[in-house]
Design a protein around this ligand. Structure first.
Ligand SMILES: *Cc1c(COP(=O)(O)O)cnc(C)c1O
Length: 383
């Protein structure tokens, strides 16, 4: 979709707001499910990427499961029709109330991140007279070659159980009678655009899968997490991720036994490209070396650039000027990191111009805040 052509529609709403292209989301879901079905792979949508009700209802309609990282996400998934038997619960710090709630809902699986967590889940399951299905989240020590704040699969990261702990875990499991170990879980990081880390992951999974078999655990579930990246530089040309190539890597390199299912947890690759943040230029400030375009949207609406220097393509939808100038595109929040892009080339820009920040559908609206007592950001939809 070319946003510029939608300008008259866009002007009908007060900025800033999120604009979701639901047709693109539907087409992305069709591409995803077409490819995953080829191999009977199971995909859980990573709720933390976007919990907007219209978005998750379309994802539910495509029959995906849910990957949740809090009790409230589990509740939100169930309230919106997701089947508890397709919900996995990850997170390095699940609290007792969240674990109890998940047990009461009979979710599919806890992705368990530490030995102590196994003990707590066992204790709480016993208190409800239930048996919890658990997958061990394993830290495979695979470098995702992504930004240090979004890599998760290295020994130095807080996530998962490390191989040197396996013996202890196995000994523990023998004493935990309210836990059933059903699988192994991995997630190496996010915004991974080169597929070779996924190949490395497959090879590690094979070793670890075999290790557990040797120890007497023939586990039916292998969950390789998410992390598939999108093209932030060319969002229009590459609006839908190459799911075919992604799943092919797993098909080629992972060795599953006949009784084993492969599960995925994708967030960004499903929702990132369907969302845009629409904003208006409040002021232009021309400095000696730097021109500033000050927007009415800031880090309160889209935190990713301030949080981890994330790149988002920025377009001026209203300017018809042919002359290009460089601007630091910034928000109104009282923080120097409140900057969407430095030296961004735009057509000569004026107060009142409409600016689109693209590829903002994942980790955008969900991270918005009321800092500076800002209004809660609104959302509108193109269908
Ligand atoms: C965040 C997360 C995901 C989804 O990551 P994407 O990069 O959005 O695909 C999947 N699994 C776990 C455990 C996560 O923490």
């Amino acid at each position: 979709m070319v946003l510029k052509e939608k300008l008259p529609q866009l002007l009908a709403h007060k900025t800033p707001y999120y604009l979701y292209d639901l047709t693109l989301l539907k087409n992305t879901l069709i591409a995803l499910t077409t490819e995953s079905k080829k191999y009977n792979y199971h995909v859980h949508y990573a709720f933390k990427a976007n919990t907007n009700v219209k978005i998750i209802q379309l994802i539910k309609a495509a029959n995906l499961g849910a990957d949740c990282v809090s009790g409230n996400e589990i509740k939100h998934a169930i309230d919106n029709g997701f089947d508890a038997s397709k919900i996995v619960f990850a997170g390095v710090g699940k609290n007792d109330d969240e674990i109890l709630f998940a047990l009461q809902q009979n979710i599919f699986c806890f992705n368990c991140e530490s030995i102590q967590e196994l003990q707590v889940i066992d204790e709480l399951a016993l208190s409800l007279n239930k048996k919890a299905s658990v997958a061990l989240r394993i830290n495979p020590n695979v470098d995702a070659h992504t930004h240090k704040y979004i890599t998760t699969g290295l020994e130095e990261n807080k996530f998962g159980i490390n191989p040197y702990e396996f013996e202890t875990v196995i000994a523990q499991l023998k004493t935990l009678h309210n836990i059933t170990l059903i699988g192994l879980h991995f997630h190496i990081g996010s915004q991974i655009t080169n597929l070779s880390p996924f190949k490395k992951l497959c090879l590690r999974v094979n070793e670890i899968n075999n290790y557990f078999l040797r120890k007497g655990f023939d586990l039916p579930i292998i969950n390789v997490g998410g992390g598939l990246g999108i093209d932030y530089k060319n969002p229009t040309a590459n609006a839908i991720v190459n799911f075919e190539a992604y799943f092919k890597v797993f098909h080629k390199f992972i060795e599953l036994r006949k009784n084993q299912e492969l599960h995925f947890e994708l967030g960004r690759a499903i929702v990132a490209q369907c969302g845009n943040l629409i904003s208006k230029v409040l002021y232009i400030k021309n400095g000696i070396n730097t021109n500033f375009a000050i927007l009415d949207a800031g880090m309160t609406e889209l935190l990713r650039p301030a949080l981890y220097q994330a790149y988002h393509k920025i377009e001026n939808l209203s300017s018809t000027n042919t002359q290009q100038l460089k601007y630091d595109v910034v928000g109104p929040i009282c923080e120097s990191s409140d900057c969407f892009g430095k030296a961004v080339e735009l057509p000569t820009t004026n107060r009142g111009d409409i600016i689109a920040i693209l590829s903002a559908g994942a980790y955008g609206e969900v991270m918005s805040s009321n800092y500076n007592l800002r209004n809660t950001v609104k959302s509108y939809y193109l269908d």
